[in-house]
Design a protein around this ligand. Structure first.
Ligand SMILES: Nc1ncnc2c1ncn2[C@@H]1O[C@H](COP(=O)(O)OP(=O)(O)OP(=O)(O)O)[C@@H](O)[C@H]1O
Length: 399
């Protein structure tokens, strides 16, 4: 079981969704692999894991450290029990918390947060736990539900023509002026109000997901007994997108640019918090500005990085940003260390064969001259410094 006592302010866990039926039976002309691009390399007794991302069609692979891992066979209920349920008692003591689902489009963020009838997501599970704790107490529950779309905030419970303004109050705290708060008394009450709001969320068909969320949807739940007040934000982030793959154009492209910008800003904030930097860049985006009271200080947060098991490139993008958000930066695992030289030798051999085929003997001599000091150096840092050297390329060009 994952350890909840973490040195980081924001825990970052990984979730890999199962293969979809369309992925298990792809068109015959499509090159696919049914081996997930991510696996666990190493698990520490604290729950911390080293995951290995591997491209099934090449020898590329990278390793990252994260706080916990939930594989394809895992259920959303496991994430709730291990990671989210522990945040709920704190709300009753006035400690705010935030849970984000983060990942590429189609990676399972909405599924993780909302779930289905047969597999409830983190939102219904959290609400059910909150209502159980409220029973026979003075505590009451209020919710607001809004989306951040193109860096503007819109109420989903009581829609207005205008955006909801984020304004600083006299204490310097951000307030969402005019945002509607609904009192909810039971899970059934909540479901009815939330479902109405859900239908108003901006979704669209993109090249990668039939129902793609185009906004960050924030459900805020306030638990209060009159004197103490704790807030839980449950956030289904819009997917980070590679526009070369989505074939987005026009408004879709603009949405995508704003989505990517705000996710980067979020990662900067989390990284600054986890690294205990004196300045936290909350003002870089509307999303981080709004969440300022729930990120940092005594607040607790969880980022669930969701992965599509089929897409190595997306997985690298998601996990590298998630790992960067965490205190521990990219970690090169032993498997990578062993495989890197093999890849490099292949490249050298290919280059040499090509030069030989062109009769470029002088270039081969230069290549040998350039590579000989590198062969002597064995550390990964010296390998990366090879990439930074320009002379190899320019000397070949001149020939
Ligand atoms: N654990 C799971 N079990 C079964 N199906 C899943 C699971 N997770 C995700 N899926 C399916 O994968 C598809 C994509 O999931 P989802 O819509 O949640 O992605 P998303 O990350 O929210 O995408 P977007 O950012 O575009 O909104 C959906 O068809 C969903 O039902």
């Amino acid at each position: 079981m994952a350890n909840q006592i973490s040195s980081s302010n924001v825990r970052v866990v990984l979730r890999v969704r199962p293969f979809l039926p369309s992925e298990l039976n792809p068109p015959s002309d499509q090159k696919t692999s049914q081996i997930p691009c991510v696996s666990i390399l190493d698990q520490h007794s604290s729950g911390e894991v080293t995951v290995r991302l591997k491209d099934q069609f090449s020898s590329r692979n990278e390793c990252y450290k994260l706080d916990s891992f939930f594989g394809q066979e895992g259920r959303v209920g496991n994430i709730f029990e291990q990671e989210v349920s522990v945040l709920i008692p704190g709300l009753f003591q006035g400690i705010n918390a935030t849970v984000f689902a983060y990942g590429a489009t189609g990676s399972g963020k909405t599924y993780t947060m909302q779930g289905t009838e047969s597999e409830p997501g983190l939102i219904p599970l959290a609400m059910s736990a909150i209502f159980s704790m409220c029973e026979n107490t003075k505590y009451s529950v209020q919710i607001s539900y809004y989306e951040v779309y193109l860096d503007r905030c819109y109420d989903l419970l009581e829609p207005k023509a205008k955006e909801v303004m984020a304004l600083d109050d006299k204490d310097g705290k951000v307030q969402l002026k005019g945002l509607f708060w609904a009192s909810v008394k039971s899970v059934a009450d909540f479901s009815q109000i939330y479902t109405t709001g859900l239908q108003r969320r901006k979704v669209a068909h993109t090249g990668l997901n039939d129902v793609s969320s185009r906004s960050h949807a924030v459900l805020s739940v306030v638990v209060s007994d009159g004197s103490s007040k704790g807030k839980l934000n449950l956030i289904d982030l819009a997917g980070n997108e590679d526009n070369r793959r989505t074939q987005n154009e026009g408004i879709r492209m603009q949405e995508s640019a704003k989505i990517n910008e705000s996710l980067f800003a979020l990662s900067n904030v989390i990284s600054a918090l986890n690294n205990r930097r004196p300045y936290i860049p909350y003002r870089e985006s509307k999303l981080t500005r709004i969440l300022q009271d729930s990120l940092g200080g005594a607040s607790r947060a969880l980022m669930v990085a969701c992965l599509n098991p089929m897409s190595y490139q997306e997985a690298i993008h998601t996990v590298s940003l998630a790992a960067r958000s965490r205190q521990i930066t990219n970690h090169v695992g032993s498997a990578t260390k062993q495989e890197t030289p093999k890849t490099k030798v292949d490249m050298e051999a290919k280059l040499r064969a090509w030069l030989e085929s062109k009769g470029k003997t002088r270039s081969i001599q230069r290549l040998d001259g350039l590579l000989s000091p590198i062969r002597q150096a064995k550390t990964p840092s010296s390998v990366s410094s090879v990439k930074a050297q320009g002379p190899l390329r320019s000397s070949l060009k001149k020939n």
